[in-house]
Design a protein around this ligand. Structure first.
Ligand code: LMR
Length: 396
């Protein structure tokens, strides 16, 4: 049965973790995967999470099956966070939300639902995009193409090119957009540019699918969520996948959601019933712990305030590391202007290094980033920054 099975290539991001784990060099640095580490190089367990876990443990709950769409208090907290508790869409019951296995799970539920709903639609992802977007939508059965996004020469977004790609798309095309902290480039649209994108999406009757994996890592929770509000305000049907992996440092708990904004409560009820079928036929129902923690934090004012503070601290530290990277590269002898690193936003820097340079960084120096030149600046700290700067300077 398996004699003809080919060895699949390593995952371009998570595969690096495997290589990194096998690397015995003591000074190795993992800038591959999008994970935030604190200044001691440790994965944080947030205080708000610990406090919520303590409260949950005070009244330990049995672990029965959750409803197919997850914990109601969690789904409601997601709606409030993403769309605003008092927003018209939430109050009128026009949002269908299901708890999902991380942001990837939210994307997958949405992709499977859309494949049943509009089997002939094409999917457009940004050029470049998170490595898994293409694979995920292709595996759901879609033809996946790209829309123009990154302008390497200008180091920013080619907005005119993006709008032209969207204008050329067939009605019904599903457009996967990064709601904030674009992965991998770190370049986001301005509010005015978002307005222009929303207008084209509406004119061309495209289907917006917003991936929101880094809310709070750009400018702030509300600021990073603003693009979603623009699509909703335009009266569009919109898909939003949410991840709490990074913002709660709960990577392994797989806490995420899919929300679908519909035209009426009746539509949302019917959409929810279909999303539940997708969930039931994939993994039946979601796990309890991570979502219980996130719901407790988001629904408890003092824990919510603590979370916002801790998330703000992570954001601030990443920004400081960007500046130290720019300064450190100059000190290490890099002549070219690297100040673009401080203009990028979120966890990543699209460094402009070539694949060969990234491979050299990995093999000669034990500094791991993706072949595309993406580096996770959220994994830099005061101990590894000098070594990383010297290593980059050497390959440049
Ligand atoms: C990343 O882009 O590194 C993260 O989103 C983690 C992942 O699953 O790829």
């Amino acid at each position: 049965l398996f004699s003809a099975v080919e060895m699949a290539p390593r995952d371009p991001i998570l595969g690096l973790n495997e290589q990194f784990a096998a690397d015995t060099r003591p000074n190795k640095v993992n800038l591959g995967v999008g994970v935030y580490y604190d200044d001691n190089g440790k994965l944080p367990l947030l205080q708000c999470v610990q406090a919520a876990e303590q409260r949950l443990m005070e009244k330990p709950a049995p672990r029965g099956y959750l409803p197919i769409d997850g914990i109601a208090a969690y789904d409601n907290a997601v709606k409030a966070l993403v769309f605003g508790a008092d927003s018209d869409v939430v109050r009128s019951g026009r949002v269908a939300t299901v708890q999902a296995l991380g942001g990837t799970g939210g994307l997958k539920i949405g992709a499977d639902f859309l494949k049943k709903l509009t089997p002939g639609a094409k999917v457009l992802i940004s050029d470049p995009s998170w490595e898994n977007h293409r694979a995920l939508f292709a595996n759901a059965g879609f033809a996946v193409d790209t829309y123009t996004y990154y302008d390497a020469a200008k180091r920013g977004v080619n907005v005119d090119g993006m709008l032209a790609s969207l204008r050329a798309a067939d009605a019904g095309t599903i457009v996967v957009l990064h709601a904030c902290c674009h992965n991998p480039t770190g370049y986001d649209l301005t509010p005015e540019q978002w307005d222009a994108v929303v207008a084209v999406v509406r004119e061309r009757s495209l289907v917006p699918f917003l991936d929101m994996a880094y809310q709070g890592f750009g400018h702030g929770i509300a600021e990073d969520g603003a693009a979603v509000g623009k699509f909703v305000a335009a009266g569009l049907d919109v898909f939003v996948s949410t991840s709490f992996s990074k913002s709660f440092s709960l990577y392994g708990e797989r806490v995420g959601a899919l929300s679908v904004v519909c035209a009426s409560k009746d539509e949302a009820d019917r959409v929810l019933s279909q999303l539940k079928i997708v969930v039931r036929t994939n993994y039946s129902n979601p796990p309890t712990h991570g979502a219980a923690v996130v719901a407790m934090v988001l629904n408890t004012p003092e824990l919510r305030a603590l979370w916002e503070q801790e998330l703000g601290d992570m954001r601030t530290r990443i920004k400081a590391m960007r500046q130290r990277l720019v300064d450190g590269l100059a000190a290490a002898g890099v002549r070219q202007d690297m100040s673009f690193i401080t203009q990028q936003i979120g966890m990543f820097s699209y460094s402009g290094l070539t694949k060969d340079q990234m491979v050299r960084l990995r093999t000669e120096f034990g500094v791991y980033g993706t072949d595309t030149g993406r580096m996770c600046v959220a994994a830099l700290n005061s101990r590894n920054i000098d070594y990383v700067c010297q290593s980059i300077a050497a390959v440049l």
